[in-house]
Write a protein that binds this ligand. Structure first.
Ligand SMILES: Nc1ncnc2c1ncn2[C@@H]1O[C@H](COP(=O)(O)OP(=O)(O)O)[C@@H](O)[C@H]1O
Ligand SMILES: [Mg+2]
Length: 360
């Protein structure tokens, strides 16, 4: 009843491999009637070749091998052959039949696993296609990313050029006019002698002119730090720190070895480094609530390491920066062939390190 009712094929063989029984489901799977199979050598009947039609010699047959060695086996990478010459991918298991201690034959169960194989193949194909699409998308993204990076570097350099241009215009136009105004006011003041109300007016005008001149200088410096062009990066950074200390009371220190101090980078690079430090210091001022900030430049194996460390409240360093300050700094650093690293512990401050490979 068991043999009749199961959907799996089940047959038995004697030690010569001849069929001693087969259930109807098994016979049907193979395209025979049970009677046609009794007494036949099962290897030659249904298991004679591999899927690629290459002959399988009996001594390679795992069913036989298994029961001759008195062990069971389970196989799912072979085919079984039907009466009409077609084959199907099969899973089969062979168990030895024992009479006392001696093996007298084997029971083999088998089933058609075409569906499973098809699903497997489809899965593999889908997987492959997915991998290909991911790879394509990755390549596309990389191309877009590279283009964006170049665009960002280009925009930065245009912006710096424009700033320099505006700074020159402001300097020439406003600077000259304000100076002329101050000279004339001074001249007028000397001529007026004791006219107290008039001189008071002129003093106020001189004061306004002076304040305007101060503002112009500040704007100019912001647009294009003159020290950067005249005295170089390190002097400009020192001025930046000094200015920060005077304005905010934040205690600033600067340390840099003499060799590095003598080193001049290219014009573009110096502006970029200056802008990066400027943004780092703006962040310290805006977010850190620090009382000390230290800028330190070191040379290590030809690389320049520039640290800006504050002792403020620290920050959660994002795995990928998304805010424009951090993004801009990192892009600027990468455009210089370097990188920007941020390390921070909550409550213990933040250190931003600019690494420029082969810069010194
Ligand atoms: N030195 C710092 N100390 C504490 N938090 C900081 C520091 N620098 C940056 N941050 C944090 O990182 C965030 C992102 O900085 P940034 O990209 O420059 O954007 P923004 O300054 O416009 O907020 C800031 O909003 C702040 O929360
Ligand atoms: Mg910022």
């Amino acid at each position: 009843m068991l043999l009749e009712s199961t959907g799996e094929g089940i047959y038995g063989v004697d030690l010569n491999g001849r069929c001693i029984f087969i259930n109807p489901a098994g016979a049907e799977l193979l395209g025979y009637t049970s009677d046609e199979i009794f007494g036949r050598n099962m290897h030659y009947l249904i298991h004679h070749s591999y899927a690629n039609h290459a002959l399988m010699p009996v001594h390679e047959c795992r069913i036989f091998k298994a029961f001759r060695e008195g062990q069971g086996c389970r196989v799912d990478d072979e085919v079984l052959w039907r009466r009409d010459g077609s084959s199907f991918p099969a899973e089969y298991a062979s168990y030895p039949i024992r009479d006392g201690a001696t093996v007298v034959g084997a029971v083999v169960t088998f089933s058609d696993i075409s569906d499973r194989k098809r699903t497997q193949l489809a899965l593999q194909a889908a997987h492959l296609e997915l991998e290909q699409r991911v790879e394509e998308r990755t390549t596309e993204l990389r191309v877009t990313h590279d283009a964006l990076r170049r665009l960002s570097a280009h925009l930065n350099s245009i912006r710096e050029e424009e700033r320099a241009h505006i700074a020159r215009d402001i300097h020439d136009e406003f600077g000259a006019s304000l100076t002329a105004l101050q000279l004339d006011l001074n001249w007028l003041r000397q001529r007026l002698g004791d006219e107290a109300t008039l001189t008071a007016h002129i003093d106020r005008m001189l004061e306004v002119a002076g304040t305007a001149m101060g503002s112009v200088r500040r704007i100019l410096n912001d647009l294009r730090p003159g020290v950067l062009d005249h005295l170089g990066l390190w002097a400009a950074l020192e001025c930046l720190l000094q200015d920060l200390q005077e304005r905010t009371g934040l205690h600033c220190t600067f340390s840099c070895t003499p060799e590095i101090e003598r080193h001049r980078f290219g014009r573009e690079a110096e502006i970029a480094i200056f802008r990066i430090v400027q943004e780092v210091l703006t962040n310290v001022q805006r977010h850190a609530q620090a009382s000390n900030v230290r800028l330190e430049a070191q040379s290590e194996a030809g690389n320049l390491l520039l640290f800006v460390a504050d002792d403020g409240q620290g920050m959660q360093v994002p795995a990928q920066p998304t805010t424009f300050g951090l993004l801009g700094m990192r892009e600027r650093a990468r455009a210089l062939g370097g990188d920007l690293e941020i390390a921070s512990t909550r409550g213990q401050g933040t250190t931003v390190t600019l690494v420029l490979n082969g810069a010194t």
